[in-house]
Design a protein around this ligand. Sequence first.
Ligand code: SR1
Ligand code: MG
Ligand code: MG
Ligand code: MG
Length: 398
Amino acid sequence: MSRYRIFNTQDAIEYAREFGRCFSSDSRLSAEEIGDGNLNLVFKIHEEGTDRRLIVKQALPYVRCVGESWPLTLDRARIEAEVLLRHGEFCPEHTVAVLHHDAELAIMVLEDLSHCQVWRAGLIAGKAYPKATAQLGEYLAQTLYHTSDFHQPSQDKKADVARFINPEMCEITEDVFFTDPYRDHERNNINPDIRADAERLWADRPLKARVASLKHAFLTRAEALLHGDVHSGSIFVDEDTLKVFDAEFGYYGPMGFDVGSAIGNLLLNFCGQPGLQTPEQASAAQDARIQDVLILWQTFSRRFAALAAGNRDQALAEPGYLDAFLGQVWRDSLGFAGTELVRRTIGIAHVADLDGIADAAARARCQRTALALGRDLILSADALHDSGALVNLLTSYR
Ligand code: SR1
Ligand code: MG
Ligand code: MG
Ligand code: MG
């Protein structure tokens, strides 16, 4: 019989005391459930009178934001812990530390990062984190390179693909990213003010054919061990720190999915700016987001290329191939970024960069921008040959 049971705050305290190994035996611990995501329970455990804190995260057997009518595998907790541990081998400075995990209880003990802020909240509040996008580019280069065929021996890589197969979580992405937003589906969440815009997307055959090809890449291209959900709500930052967490959607997929999800979330913030801040502040923030996207891509691509060039034994060391491959990742990333914009605007899982806009007319305008930019990125990804072409496109949406 499984030991799985849903934890309450007292269970989380006892678990953290046993497995966190940082609290003294006679300490007074308090716990607060702080999970605000779509899927899990998250407890913050604090030793009173000290700054010692830990996180206890437990997967629920259903989608939290929907309820028990949408059951969900608990194996995602094992996969999440193993992805974070693997990414932590290659990029410990930008991956949250897993201190303990238990697959049967679907639980993890994680380092606490409450001295940091969730990046999305910071971006919405107009805060600047000058190092963050280069740090995220470094995380993506290290994790994607080291788990790819540019680095791993072919048999090891294949064993890893099998170990990280994550069919139920991938199916959620297949549905909520690539399918539901392009048809009238009950899971969608559509602001009635932009329903006509959504209906135009549902009738847009060239767009839907491009989205099918991105979905096909997501279904079939096992290029590297992805995080699988790199959005600004899955990242903690402060002036010097960037740490990625929440990797339960991890699997071997196309690298552009992770890079594009990150770009897409920077662009969701770009689209929301006119509704979030004064015109002057919004204009400066939109410039900053364009620069963020460029720095993210430059750091990722240069670091990835340097890592691959430094490995003479790799199986793909044919002159010219690395550049061709990175060109493919660029095009994929722009397409996936476009799908992230669309699904976060009319699909099931929205973002505060748009939905947090208080004024209804401004919110609808910003949502329309996100849909139009998303569509443009999906359709023109192959024609945007370099970052200059992307800047021109983004500037036309300011
Ligand atoms: C059912 S909710 C789906 C979304 O929530 C997660 O945060 C992921 O982004 C996923 O796509
Ligand atoms: Mg399905
Ligand atoms: Mg998440
Ligand atoms: Mg999550």
